[in-house]
Design a protein around this ligand. Structure first.
Ligand SMILES: [Zn+2]
Length: 494
């Protein structure tokens, strides 16, 4: 097992440090690890507390600054892996083990990054999570590195860190942007979206307009930094400053494009790449229940029983592979008057990014046709991700793209937040539902079966609650084609 050094920069952290160190002392990691607190000139008991928790204290009061302290801590580290941590953050018990597992299963990686959630979330935090997550996922898929890592949860090989000269000389966002950009030159920087830590919101607890101002200043700063790097090469040829000024001014353009592309790709309701149906236009209290990733037994049958007992018709976006596995269930869905939509053949996560997506869609059409004798008119992309060529393929195949307007954590994606109960799941769904809404639920999990993830008993238990609560509020249930006033199936050409 690899030795890990955790480095925490600290300046007067006596208040928050104990909880942080307690969580780090309680890791279930099977290997050896050390905790280094880089004391950046504290006048309180930071060093004393660190020692009490068994941490090694490196004193570095010469120059104030987080990056300086991080570097001093890293210089004293002797682990093969260095993990960046923060004093105001609490770490889940499996944090180190998860990091080690990621390195073990990705030999090409030099670093692993994760995500944070605020312990006392400000109201706009969800936007920040979403923006960071979308941009990082996109850049991780396209450039083998997230754009901005979280300073509180990031780990790298010490040899790669030494190779790129550490944080030294980084002038901008050294522990979030700079070090990630540098390390990416030495190898792949992984983005593990389930590597969560709980951080305090103290750095962002200020009026909202100040946050916006800071964000803009950050973007501007980043732009200048980015440009400086790119332009220095150009300056060899042209020493005139106007080119630099123009390029700096133009920087918001690629930034906007990246944001727009991320919005188009990740957000189920975004129309950036073409027409997407995510709700009906009716002001009447009608709503459509949709179930993705089935058939998956015994859950699909249990859901069909519940729907039958309430005399409700729903829409099932089935996965081709699962239809092959449970053809009888697929036939039962149709026989009981529900609608079947296409949710791809293999449920591959990166469908929208590759040409393969179009073939997979067509293969699902064939499978469904061969099994139940219909060709769906509705297509729902895996994970709701879209791209221009994927939407083109949908159109060419005579289908329409349907996503959703209401969803909750019934896939247990945010594992760190814990699994919701049927009551909380139904409450979340019901509170987000408006007339014309399309509700996303799952009777399966990708192409998995008989695993913990594929266990959809939570959805099965929540379903009657959702139905009854929406009926109490005066809602009526229809299928997606009824809601959108479109055909359910394409005609099969003889
Ligand atoms: Zn799905």
């Amino acid at each position: 097992m690899i030795k890990i050094s955790i480095v925490i920069p600290a300046l007067n952290e006596e208040k928050l440090l104990p909880e942080c160190l307690a969580s780090l002392g309680n890791q279930d990691y099977g290997g050896e690890y050390e905790i280094i607190v880089a004391d950046n000139g504290s006048t309180d008991d930071t060093a004393g507390i660190a020692r009490k928790f068994g941490a090694k204290v490196v004193s570095c009061p010469e120059r104030k600054g987080v990056f300086y302290a991080r570097q001093a801590g890293a210089d004293a580290a002797c682990g093969e892996i260095i993990a960046q941590a923060d004093a105001d953050t609490v770490y889940p018990r499996d944090w180190l083990q998860r990091i080690a597992d990621q390195f073990a299963s990705h030999p090409e990686a030099v670093a692993v990054s994760g995500r944070f959630i605020y312990g006392n979330s400000p109201w706009w935090a969800k936007f920040e999570y979403l923006l960071r997550h979308s941009v990082n996922r996109l850049t991780a898929a396209l450039f083998a590195r997230p754009l901005v890592v979280s300073g509180a949860t990031f780990a790298f090989y010490r040899r790669a860190f030494l190779l790129v000269n550490g944080y030294r000389g980084l002038s901008y966002s050294a522990d979030q942007y700079g070090i990630c950009a540098r390390l990416s030159k030495a190898g792949k920087v992984l983005y593990d979206e389930n590597l969560f830590v709980l951080t305090s919101a103290r750095s962002v607890q200020k009026p909202f307009f100040l946050i916006i101002r800071d964000v803009l200043a950050h973007l501007n700063h980043w732009g200048m930094y980015f440009c400086k790097c790119r332009i220095s090469a150009l300056q060899e040829f042209t020493t005139k400053t106007p080119s630099r000024r123009i390029a700096t001014r133009l920087l918001p353009v690629p930034m906007l494009v990246i944001s727009l592309v991320a919005y188009g790709y990740f957000i189920p309701t975004s129309p950036v790449f073409g027409k997407v149906y995510y709700e009906g236009t009716s002001r009447e209290k009608v709503v459509a229940l949709t179930f993705d990733d089935g058939p998956n037994e015994p859950y699909t049958s249990q859901i069909l029983d519940i729907l039958a007992s309430h005399n409700i018709k729903a829409t099932f976006f089935v996965v081709g592979k699962n239809v092959e596995l449970y053809p009888e269930t697929a036939r039962r869905i149709i026989a009981e008057g529900h609608v079947v939509g296409n949710h791809s053949y293999s449920h591959n996560a990166n469908h929208a990014l590759t040409e393969y997506g179009a073939k997979d869609l067509e293969r699902a059409q064939e499978t469904i046709d061969n099994t139940v004798g219909i060709r769906p008119h509705l297509y729902r992309p895996p994970h709701g991700k879209k791209s221009p060529w994927e939407l083109e393929a949908v159109k060419k195949g005579g289908l329409i793209e349907v996503t959703w307007s209401v969803s909750a954590n019934d896939q247990h994606v945010l594992a760190f937040l814990g699994e919701p109960s049927p009551e909380t799941l139904s409450r979340e769904i019901v509170s987000r539902t408006n007339p014309g809404g399309i509700i996303l639920l799952h009777d399966g999990y990708g192409t998995l079966h008989d695993t913990v993830k594929a266990d959809k008993s939570l959805t099965v238990k929540a379903l009657p609650l959702i139905i009854e609560q929406l009926q109490t509020r005066g809602y009526r249930f229809v299928t997606v084609p009824e809601l959108l006033n479109v055909p359910a199936y394409n005609e099969v050409l003889a």
